[in-house]
Design a protein around this ligand. Structure first.
Ligand code: 6R9
Length: 672
């Protein structure tokens, strides 16, 4: 298939006609206002929410991004007080949305599903908030959460928010070591989890992992005092039918410390007065991997995060009252926090909460769920799209997807091949695609097109969201105006930007603000084209330099996946005596792809033609799987080790499946 990179796709009239932002001009007006008059722009939005202490316009927004002028800080709406759970629940119930469905829960097994209205969610949140209080949790305390995609996960987060506790959710796929490290870092005394969960045909015994983590914490002198466990397995269908009772599953429970959720929550009162929080009080922390050493506990605060999650959700997904929205991300990463929980609820949206995998019971599960709930906005990651492209098109085509209007992508640059497949097969060339660039640190989308406003270019993130001012800098910190490529940085904060790294403000300043004084540094590269579109080229440390030619891994990967035999590609640099670096490529084949000399020849020719002779790979390895984090990001750090046959790969605890690493070591090609 030829590259469609140069193509532009105008939003379909059915999308732009009724969109909140329906033209480029309207976007530009709103964008201009957001930068020139943030008080007015965000003030209007803030008025839709409840403030217990009103907003003080003299302290609306302050910041310092320049370390030479003093400590780095960002403050929004300082002095105002509010409660996020109150705004997401009580306010919506009061506005007549009590009987509206907040979540359709869809289990791993298609026989398991349920729904929760706003009114019921409010009651459940209050109950659990009262339980947390009864276990001694107070404002400012950290609560560790290790949960699957079940309604209690959302309830737990909002219960924390209601009483001012700081939730620290760790993705339930992290090892007990990683979890222990994170519990220790935030000194959580209360932990909330579930006995286990089915993911496809695999059973994850979450409570066992928590037990091991708690033992490790005790050895370090930190004791978790309360562990609340949702009894989940007994209420869902096992992959091959039947249920698993508490007796057969034998979840270990420690007297005095561990309590079943079901034994304590139903008795608790359904009303709980919210704790009024200062605008800059912490809401949650979420760990993200650092390039070295300990994971970073990114801290988000109350008012700014609320405004930003709410506003990006509304405009980027163009959410309207009768829509059903579905984000497939796990709550364990930032996309789950902002766009499964906070953003949708702030807009009184109806969402799907999906526990399963795209491949169970069949490879068309996503499309059958879209059809079942008549989903209008679908938000997923390029890695998921690529893994589904491998299968027969009929798996998509056999389902009615006509309810879809907006398709979202997040997590990494989307290669044009995957974009086109998403656009044509899933979106029937009628849906707008929003390629949302953002980070755990940014709290919400920072670069994207808006579905009814701008034409889309496959692979380009597009334009800054309201209030966001992106800048491209060269190595010497000089601004690149107009067309060009450089470091992607931001010159001032928007409401959702993180405020610090928990317990380590020095590391925060050093990591994000020391390279270019006066700018927040994303660590990503980007290029601006002649039309002003921004294309994120990947992490700056993922750049390749072959004989002085700088190229991004994303660029080469995208060309490799244009070949019909290649489903996914990951490219790393390998030191080379002559070229400095050479390309080492890992490719995963499609169902019809055959790894033979002909394929290798075709790929090399294709890269030569599309990028240039200097980009010709030295090694192409057949990779049935790639080392990926649970959120689907390829860990190139590990691939770089495989490329040089260095088995000292370091921490692999964040990998979804660490066995692929050994396999790739064993199958290195002879010429590697
Ligand atoms: C939301 C999320 C952040 C890193 C980020 C960048 C990459 C995310 C992207 C993208 C290109 C996109 N990234 N979205 N790159 N286009 N649309 O993924 O947060 O897990 O913290 O990762 O992901 O490299 O710096 P997080």
């Amino acid at each position: 298939m030829p590259s469609e990179e140069a193509h532009i796709f105008v939003p379909h009239p059915s999308v732009s006609k009724n969109a909140f932002v329906s033209s480029s001009t309207q976007y530009q007006q709103m964008y201009k206002k957001s930068l020139e008059n943030p008080e007015e722009f965000w003030g209007e939005i803030a008025r839709q929410f409840h403030w217990e202490t009103p907003i003080d316009n003299n302290r609306f927004f302050r910041y310092n991004f320049d370390m030479t002028k003093g400590p780095i800080f960002t403050k929004w709406l300082d002095g105002a007080t509010t409660n996020i759970a109150y705004n997401l629940l009580d306010r919506n119930v009061r506005n007549g949305h009590g009987d509206k469905v907040a979540y359709y829960w869809e289990g791993n097994h298609p026989d398991d599903y349920s729904r929760l209205t706003y009114k019921k969610l409010l009651e459940e949140v209050c109950r659990f908030a009262n339980v947390l209080k009864s276990r001694g949790v107070q404002k400012g305390d950290r609560v560790a959460v290790y949960m699957p995609m079940i309604l209690e996960a959302v309830i737990t987060l909002l219960a924390c928010a209601r009483i001012g506790a700081v939730h620290s959710l760790v993705f339930a796929g992290f090892s007990s070591d990683s979890f222990a490290e994170r519990i220790l870092d935030c000194e959580a005394r209360v932990l909330v989890t579930a006995d286990g969960v089915w993911r496809g045909e695999k059973l994850l015994q979450l409570k066992n992992i928590c037990d091991q983590a708690m033992i490790k914490c005790s050895k370090e002198g930190h004791n978790v005092e309360t562990c609340i466990v949702v009894s989940h397995l007994e209420r869902v269908t096992a992959p091959k039918g039947g249920v698993m009772s508490r007796q057969t599953n034998k979840t270990p429970m420690t007297d005095g410390r561990d309590i079943w959720w079901q034994d304590i929550v139903p008795q608790a009162s359904t009303s709980c007065y919210p704790e009024w929080m200062q605008a800059e009080d912490p809401l949650f922390m979420l760990y993200t991997s650092g390039s070295t050493g300990k994971p970073k506990g990114v801290l988000h605060t109350t008012a700014g995060y609320l405004l930003y999650a709410a506003t990006t959700f509304k405009y980027v997904f163009d959410y309207k009252p009768n829509d059903v929205y579905w984000c497939t991300a796990d709550v364990g990463w930032i996309t789950g926090h902002s766009y499964v929980v906070y953003g949708p609820l702030a807009n009184a949206a109806t969402s799907v909460l999906f526990e399963g995998t795209p491949f169970f019971p069949g490879n068309d599960r996503f499309w059958s769920v879209v059809d079942k709930y008549k989903v209008s906005q679908f938000y997923t990651a390029p890695t998921a799209i690529r893994s589904l492209m491998k299968f027969d098109d009929d798996l998509v085509a056999r389902h009615n997807l006509s309810s879809l209007r907006v398709l979202g992508s997040v997590g990494e640059p989307i290669n044009p091949e995957a974009w086109m497949w998403y656009y044509k097969l899933v979106g029937h060339e009628k849906c707008s695609i929003v390629d949302t660039f953002w980070q755990t640190e940014t709290g919400g989308h920072v670069l994207t097109t808006l579905p009814g406003a701008q034409p889309m270019k496959p692979g380009a993130a597009g334009f800054p969201f309201f209030g966001v001012e992106p800048v491209l800098l060269d190595e010497n910190g000089r601004e690149i105006k107009g067309e060009g490529e450089g470091y992607l940085v931001f010159s001032k904060p928007w409401p959702g930007l993180m405020r610090t790294l928990y317990g380590n403000h020095d590391r925060y300043e050093l990591t994000y603000f020391s390279k270019f004084p006066g700018y927040y540094c994303t660590g990503d590269g980007a290029k601006r084209d002649a039309d002003g579109y921004l294309w994120v080229t990947g992490r700056v440390d993922d750049m390749l330099n072959v004989s002085g030619h700088l190229m991004s891994t994303a660029e080469v990967e995208s060309v490799l996946t244009e070949h019909h035999g290649v489903a996914e590609a990951a490219v790393v640099a390998k030191p080379h005596p002559v070229k400095g670096e050479c390309l080492y490529c890992f490719i995963t084949l499609t169902e019809t792809g055959i790894f033979d000399d002909q394929l290798l020849r075709e790929l090399k020719t294709h890269i030569r033609e599309r990028i240039g002779p200097f980009a010709q790979p030295d090694v192409i390895q057949n990779a049935p799987g790639l080392p990926k984090t649970r959120s689907g990001k390829i860990m190139r750090r590990i691939l770089r080790k495989i490329a040089v046959n260095d088995r000292d790969v370091g921490d692999v605890s964040t990998l979804a499946d660490s066995s692929v690493v050994e396999l790739l070591f064993q199958t290195r090609p002879a010429n590697a």
